[in-house]
Design a protein around this ligand. Sequence first.
Ligand SMILES: NC(=O)c1ccc[n+]([C@@H]2O[C@H](COP(=O)([O-])OP(=O)(O)OC[C@H]3O[C@@H](n4cnc5c(N)ncnc54)[C@H](OP(=O)(O)O)[C@@H]3O)[C@@H](O)[C@H]2O)c1
Length: 281
Amino acid sequence: MTPASETANAAHEGPAAAATDAADAAVTGATARMFGLDGRVAIVTGASSGLGVAVARALAAFGARVAVVARRLDKLTELAKEIDGLPVACDLSDLSAVRTVVPAVVEGLGAPEILVNGAGSMFTYERAESEPVEASRRTIDLNLLAPFLLAQDVFPHMIAAGRGTIINISSISGKVGIPGIPQASYAASKAGLSGLTSELAVQWARHSIRVNTVAPGFFRSEITGPLYSSEKSIEYLRRNTPLPKEGTAEDIVGAVLWLAGDAGSYVTGQTITVDGGWTAR
Ligand SMILES: NC(=O)c1ccc[n+]([C@@H]2O[C@H](COP(=O)([O-])OP(=O)(O)OC[C@H]3O[C@@H](n4cnc5c(N)ncnc54)[C@H](OP(=O)(O)O)[C@@H]3O)[C@@H](O)[C@H]2O)c1
């Protein structure tokens, strides 16, 4: 429907309907200005599963051209087809392989203005006193160093574009200890993202590059599959979450969208916790 026929239609339905339509159009326009990502190239790591998939879909829905990064090429290819994006297979725990990601995106889609560092994992479920050092090292490489290297690699492209936004995905365990679920090096890597975030934010603010972290609480995904397979642990999560609903990947996406677009244009160096109130108790 054209704007003219919309107006005619609204007039036909009376002044109240016309006012409602005008208000709707204003909201739509404002939403597009604040959240629209038309033409911007985005990189989302961890986009073969869970939160990364939800973020990639949302950024694409708001107009971004999205490169989806993880190890499983079949899943990436499927998602890339759906959102008209670019699949980039990479093991991000291999820090020399990480260096191939941004050049592949630049070649396939153009210069990135949005980087969402979503890939993350745990390599041990041992208690802190028994964590094998190799597992701790792999955790830090994947969860902290890979995001740092990707940020370094997008930096010159964001400078050239005159703007950029980097969003790291950490965890509430980067902020508080989680009784009963040992995760020392994972927690350290996620807390490290918040430190990296505030430091990059102040170093790169002069280039209008914003750097923030979103710290989710628990939601169902591959990594938390075992947790959600037991009624006892589901009850533990319920008991510790003030809001009366179970978290989902989609619950986290809004914060990422806000930080990715112009709606978040005055926000930098922050860690935004999205956890149903877990850390507010
Ligand atoms: N679920 C939660 O409750 C929760 C809570 C707080 C924070 N988080 C964080 O949220 C982020 C997304 O997690 P999720 O829950 O959505 O988990 P998920 O479903 O397990 O997804 C993890 C993603 O990371 C990718 N990945 C893992 N290892 C990789 C590697 N070596 N190289 C490249 N990609 C790798 C996986 O893809 P491939 O296997 O294909 O490589 C997958 O796409 C993570 O950073 C996680 O720490 C999750």
